[in-house]
Ligand binder design. Structure first.
Ligand code: NDP
Length: 278
């Protein structure tokens, strides 16, 4: 009676989630299966239905990746507060015929920063680059860590301004700093201790027009994309920053999902090491 899980995406062939969850299950002695499912671009809800029906009562949950996180948000009949704040869902739990939506991306990033990289966001001046789904998912978890400043900068300035305003009004942000929104040119003269690239510029090889002086001494530059050296990483390293990619976030968001489903938190260090080795 093996409990069944899956990850839905399009494309999905590249997904490391089945391997990560297989390693978590082996480490914690949990009897689960986890498969990658390619859903049709217009057939996400149908693919989830099919998975649940084919699992004959053993479907327990699923991860959701590009481009279905917003659709998963709408599919869930109940959502956690962090999923509500993110406006997107990457983790579904199937409980007594109900679909519950959660978002573990932000928790994954914060855990990677604090536990794997020794970079506590508390008291830091943070620059978050990008205002898409990935940026949205990490704003509240970062604010809750108590940074000294959180600037959201985006190519399309209005999107950053809108996002900053939206989060400044959230009840969870009533204490601490209010996020600010900007375009890239407005960053001139500002220095940051933690710069997080949540744009997809790295996918196209594009560089970001960051002014000189963006990276304060001992700054950490975090690229959410993983598996390749991006122009952002090269530029940050040349400017003296310590650079990390998003592989740790990937493993940590998976561990958080595993915890949501199984109530057990797996050790991530050996899994991260195994992925990096490969
Ligand atoms: P979206 O498509 O929702 O948003 C893309 C963002 O990137 C927008 O803010 C867009 O700006 C900006 N952007 C795109 N191209 C450029 C460019 N050439 N120059 C400047 N800005 C640009 O993508 P997501 O938010 O879903 O994903 C962003 C990145 O995060 C991806 O690389 C993804 O792989 C990564 N990610 C990593 C995770 C992990 O676990 N490590 C988890 C989730 C995401 P504009 O508004 O102006 O268009």
């Amino acid at each position: 009676m093996t409990d069944r899980y899956a990850v839905f995406g399009n494309p999905i062939g590249h997904s490391k989630s089945p391997r990560i969850h297989a390693l978590f299950a082996a480490q914690t002695g949990q009897d689960i299966s986890y498969q990658a499912i390619l859903a049709d671009k217009h057939g996400f809800a149908a693919a989830v239905d099919t998975f649940i029906a084919a699992s004959t009562g053993l479907a327990r949950g699923a991860n959701v990746t590009v481009p279905f996180k917003e659709e998963a948000f709408r599919l869930a009949v109940q959502r956690t507060s962090r999923a509500e704040a993110a406006g997107a869902v990457n983790t579904l739990s199937f409980e007594a015929g109900r679909i519950i939506g959660d978002n573990t991306d932000g928790a994954g990033l914060v855990r990677d920063l604090k536990h794997n990289l020794g970079c506590d966001p508390a008291g830091r001046r943070i620059l978050l680059l990008g205002a898409g789904g990935a940026a949205r998912g990490v704003i509240l978890p970062l604010l809750l860590e108590g940074p000294a400043k959180l600037m959201i900068a985006n190519r399309t300035e209005e999107t950053a301004a809108r996002l900053a305003l939206e989060f400044a009004r959230l009840p969870g942000c009533a204490v601490g700093v209010k996020p600010e929104g900007a375009g890239f040119p407005q960053l001139a003269g500002c220095a940051f201790d933690l710069v997080i690239n949540a744009t997809s510029a790295g996918l196209s090889g594009a560089a970001l027009p960051l002014p000189a002086g963006t990276y304060a001494p001992r700054c950490v530059a975090y690229e959410m994309l993983y598996g390749r050296e991006t122009a952002f990483m090269t530029h940050a390293r040349a400017a003296g920053a310590r650079v990390a990619d998003g592989m740790g976030m990937l493993v940590e968001q998976a561990a958080e999902a595993f915890f949501v489903w199984r109530g057990i938190r797996p050790h991530t260090a050996p899994v991260l090491a195994a992925l990096k080795e490969k």
